[in-house]
Design a protein around this ligand. Structure first.
Ligand code: NAD
Length: 494
């Protein structure tokens, strides 16, 4: 099997230790690739290359926005040409249905094009200032932060990489990127594309390896100017702590336990379908998943019966065959999800749909869990409090709007939330009260490159996408100009 190597300083290189790691297809447990397994030393090498590229020649940061934009468009074009290969790779690696992987790749291509355009837009400010030193003119310029360490999870392998790499490159930074060890293969393809695009040596570096070694080094190394991380809240905390040494900038996109609030006047069939998209899309392995349904008591039974019926009808299978849901990402993760399901049952939640590992036909060798719905849930239950990151949803009821809002906000997280109602004013009142960074009215999950993405509370800080996503990777410098050069007589004898 050909080993997929790290990409450091413009070269494909094996891990310094020579170690490799096997990559598994979760649909059937088969080994599909072998990758270089870097450690802290490989990360240090990549950080050195990125630093030299940025602080040495500085070709990329000094390049005109037009030239950087041209290169980003070239990257998007090659991604487009290799769209099917990229999508198939994410499905093989992660398990998701192929049509969902194709959607991810299309979003990723648009993300590069979006930032290719944005970097040429006017930005910065001009300030009308004057003070005791005489007439002055003041303006700001945006500059790249420097060396950016970027660490991503396994649920949207290519898309999470591009949400970070596209704006960081647009802004003129150097990058050391680490994908999840479970799903590194589309990142290897992306770096092949970056390699062809004509970026100066050392501008982008790929280091595969464990979070504990490569990820930790990126977070703590003083030659890294910024670290952006998408992953669990627990690891996010460790990153923030490790980053304190040189006070590097930190961006954290973390976990969630998002409320999906449904009022009795909502279109029931529509709410059921969006609730399914909210929790079963991507096998429920979505940070913003609508994992807590909070529904008005009067329609609960009807809604739950319909949700269970639709959930029971969902097809599971190899993602390449485009079933409704693919396998979970790994055996270990499947076991975590099954453990949450058993805990919920023990704590008194009533399982009305799914709730078990699925092993029929070809699924026997893979890591499949049926879409699962728990009724009669209460705020103290583990299944209501903790992020499961799988196709498991809880049902709680309310009688008043105030009660609905209180239940929605009864969580340490603040990533996302939705409200379903035919009453427009109520929809606006409720989304305003939900303490979360992303909210939806009468839909669940649509995300756009143009709008900022990020969390409140323990779902993290900073924003990706939109203009905020670019600004995260920029410093702002003020420039003050003396409009009447010459002596101003400040130290003349008085
Ligand atoms: P994880 O936190 O286990 O791992 C994420 C990445 O961090 C991986 O690349 C991992 O190797 C690395 N890592 C692990 N330990 C590290 C350490 N000590 N230092 C540095 N890096 C380390 O998360 P996961 O299981 O890959 O992904 C699932 C989590 O990601 C969920 O909690 C989910 O909600 C979250 N997520 C959030 C968003 C968002 O936008 N907010 C998007 C996707 C996923």
């Amino acid at each position: 099997m050909v080993i997929k190597n790290n990409y450091i300083n413009g070269e494909w290189v094996p891990a310094l230790s020579g170690k490799t790691r096997k990559v598994i297809n979760p649909a059937n447990g088969e080994v599909i690739a072998e990758t270089a397994e870097g450690n802290a030393e490989d990360a240090v090498l990549a950080i050195g290359a990125a630093r030299k590229a940025f602080y040495g020649k500085g070709e990329w940061r000094r390049m005109s926005a037009q030239s950087r934009s041209d290169i980003l468009l070239k990257i998007a074009d090659e991604m487009d040409a290799r769209r099917d290969e990229l999508a198939r790779t994410d499905t093989l690696d992660n398990g998701k249905p192929l049509r969902e992987a194709e959607g991810d790749i299309d979003d990723a291509i648009h993300c590069f094009r979006y930032y290719a355009g944005m970097i040429k837009a006017p930005y910065g400010g001009v300030y009308d200032v004057s003070d005791a030193f005489g007439p002055m003119h003041s303006y700001t310029i945006h500059e790249p932060v420097g060396v950016c360490g970027q660490i991503t999870p396994w649920n949207y392998p290519l898309l999470m990489a591009v949400w970070k790499i596209a704006p960081a490159l647009a802004a003129g930074n150097s990058i050391v990127f680490k994908p999840s060890s479970l799903t590194p293969l589309s990142s290897v393809l992306l770096f092949e594309i970056l390699d062809h695009a004509g970026l100066p040596k050392g501008t982008v570096n790929l280091v595969m390896g464990s979070g504990a070694l490569v990820g930790r080094e990126i977070a703590k190394n003083h030659d890294v100017d910024m670290v952006t991380f998408t992953g669990s809240t627990q690891v996010g905390r460790e990153i923030a702590k490790a980053a304190v040494g040189n006070l590097k900038k930190v961006g954290l996109e973390l976990g969630g336990k998002s409320p999906n609030v449904i009022f009795a006047d909502a279109d029931l069939e529509g709410a059921v379908e969006w609730a399914m998209i909210g929790i079963f899309f991507n096998q429920g392995e979505v940070c913003s998943a609508g994992s807590r349904i909070i529904i008005e008591e009067s329609i609960k039974d009807k809604f739950v019966a319909r949700l269970a019926e639709r959930g029971n009808g969902m097809t599971l299978g190899n993602g390449l065959d485009n079933p409704d849901m693919g396998p979970l990402v790994s055996e270990e993760h499947m076991n975590t999800v099954l453990h949450y399901i058993e805990t919920a049952k023990k704590e008194g939640a009533v399982c009305v749909c799914g709730g078990y590992r699925y092993t029929e036909r070809e699924c026997a060798a893979g890591y499949y869990v049926r879409p699962t719905v728990f009724d009669n849930c209460t705020p103290d239950m583990t299944i209501v409090k903790e992020e499961v990151f799988g196709p498991v949803v809880t049902i709680q009821t309310f009688k008043t709007e105030e009660e609905a809002v209180n239940l929605a906000n009864d969580t340490i997280y603040g990533l996302a939330g939705a409200v379903f109602t035919a009453d427009g004013a109520r929809a606006l009142r409720v989304v305003k009260e939900i303490r979360a960074g992303i909210t939806w009215i009468n839909c669940y999950n649509p995300t756009f490159n143009e709008a900022p993405w990020g969390g409140y509370k323990m779902s993290g800080y900073g924003r990706e996408l939109g203009i905020h996503g670019l600004e995260e990777y920029q410093e702002i410098k003020q420039v003050n100009i003396n409009l009447s050069p010459g002596t101003i007589g400040w130290y003349e004898e008085r």
